[in-house]
Design a protein around this ligand. Sequence first.
Ligand SMILES: [Zn+2]
Length: 239
Amino acid sequence: MEIHNTTEEIVFSAIEGICASIEKEGNTGNFCLCDQCRTDAACFVLNRIPPHYIISNRGVARLDQVTHHRQQKDADTVSLVYEALKRVSHNQRPNIDHTKGAVKKAVLGPVFNIPTIIGRAFNGANFSPLADARVELRRKGKLTEMKNRNWQNPCTLVANTQGTFTFWPESIPVKEAGLRKSFEYSIKIEAAGFETLSHFFEVPVLSEAGDAESFSMDRTFKLPDLYLFPPGNDEVFSL
Ligand SMILES: [Zn+2]
């Protein structure tokens, strides 16, 4: 049994739909529609509308098509998506390459396509989102290579992304499709005035016949919210 937040699907498909129509109409508003900005926009919207949880036996939720369609077209959702794209465009992550996300080098043959890893970091003393923090994603002790140039590792948390960080690790070649494996990663967050936090986690992946060539917000792996504390705070915090 799994718990599934149907709001995520609605927001992801609303963003994909709206970005497609912006592109079709020539993007006169000059929004940045790169993968990273889409993901930032999704986080922005998801942090502002209530989640809707359902229980799914198979891990795949079947959402009533009519409900889905209605919510996706909902005026509030649409205007939030536009606001999000406006806010995240260009200036929020100045150090990254916002060129539309071509895959760096496609891996030939079967691979484990690692999902986009999304997390948020907070100041544990007052629960506000962290800014000016450095976030690293590591596997086997090494910084993980990213799938394309839209993503940076390490990345820096900036004020307007609400403590959100995202990574899209490069895929991992394997002998054949259809194999299940869990990959161990760790997140390390450093910020001035806080104790460094390390978080270890496993990402279960099913291998596929080929490398994912384009970014899809449907492939995401969400971390629990992470809290950093000032040094000398003896309280043990666990989720
Ligand atoms: Zn961008």
